[in-house]
Design a binder for this molecule. Sequence first.
Ligand code: ADP
Length: 435
Amino acid sequence: MMSDAARKFLVAMLLFLAAGGVIGWFYGQAVTGLMIAAVLALLWQVRQLLSFDRALRTGNFDDFRYGEGIWEQIFSRFRYEHDKATRRKKEYRRLLKEIRKSTDAMPDGAVILNAENEILTCNRAAKGLAGLKRKKDRGQRMDNILRAPELTRLLHASDQTTTVEIESPVVDDNWLNCRVVPYGADQKLLLLRDVTESIRLGKIRRDFVANASHELRSPLTVISGYLDALADGEDVPPTWEKPLSQMQGQAKRMRHILGEMLELSRLESAGRVESDEPVNVVGLMSNAKQAYEGYADIATIAVAAESTAKLTGNAAEIETVIINLLSNAVRYTPTDGEIGIAWRSDADGASIVVSDTGEGIAPEHIPRLTERFFRVDRGRSRDDGGTGLGLAIVKHILARHDAELIVTSEPGEGSEFCCHFPPNRLIATPTPVLS
Ligand code: ADP
């Protein structure tokens, strides 16, 4: 389809050439007249073309207000698009400024990284929190600037839900919480948050619990000592025998709770277990089972060594995990039930699995099991000698070993407590060389 302007242009050209021909014919030179008209038309087109080229180079389209015919339309169309593009550019620039202003106003640091963890840009808070410099650090690898092994691990991890806390490189004793959010094709947003205050409060709470537990231990030892002496005494009136034995039982329970609270405080303030000592998991499982030998009124316990994988870590702590999970299984499984402890491994790592055919746990309680002092049935657990701290200790020990606790249970059917260790916690068994 031809536009009106194109049609007009063609008609004008034909008329101009025809006029040239007619004038020439009038003088007996029709061809010469036609040719002169054609050359004039060509010169005029060349002039328009040259000024269009000039305008493209200079970016000044004002001259084209006076363009003629089809050129006028081309010029005005071009001018319109050019103005639109300029307006858009301005708008984008303004928008970019707004976005930068708002990200700069954010109290949290935000750093945009590419797939190689190189810095593309960052906001003002990232400057204050991590000492980054927008221009100077562009293109630098993030883990070269903030040198913390936890951050390096986080940047290379595929799990986006984990966060790590690192010491601030700018202010001593300040802490930053780091989180990586992937976006776009292969970019990442590293979010940095100042968590100094909550770390400080956590430390105050931990210190308080540790100090209180420690301070309570000495008077309790004295009280227990006197209670034991009194109970052993010859001249105790019979009416005092029951109260004395109850007091002894409660004192023992308090010592147990204080011991577990101190253990929890220690685990909380200790970092990751760096030991590469091999732990004989199956041996620890058999020891834990042996401790119940001779007990007639408990469910049967079966140990299954399904893997030869070697775990690295703190053997005493892994033993505590096994003992705590087994003692729970024994307490919450009826005498005719079955308890299994297994050591398994696959490509994703290895697991200590303690399963039972006991009473099970309702789904709403499962997420709260590892909270301190959480017990589904408070009175029942207390009567059984439970403290509500066993699984909290298990969770902390596992966290120190990069492991996690996965609980699955069916009320009335039984429960399974799976401690899953990642492959980096296992000693690689050399593959046999086939000859
Ligand atoms: P407790 O000393 O009370 O056993 P834990 O922290 O070890 O404390 O366990 C928390 C709660 O989880 C228990 O009170 C119990 O209700 C529940 N629980 C733990 N293990 C089992 C299990 N094997 N079967 C059923 N319930 C369990």
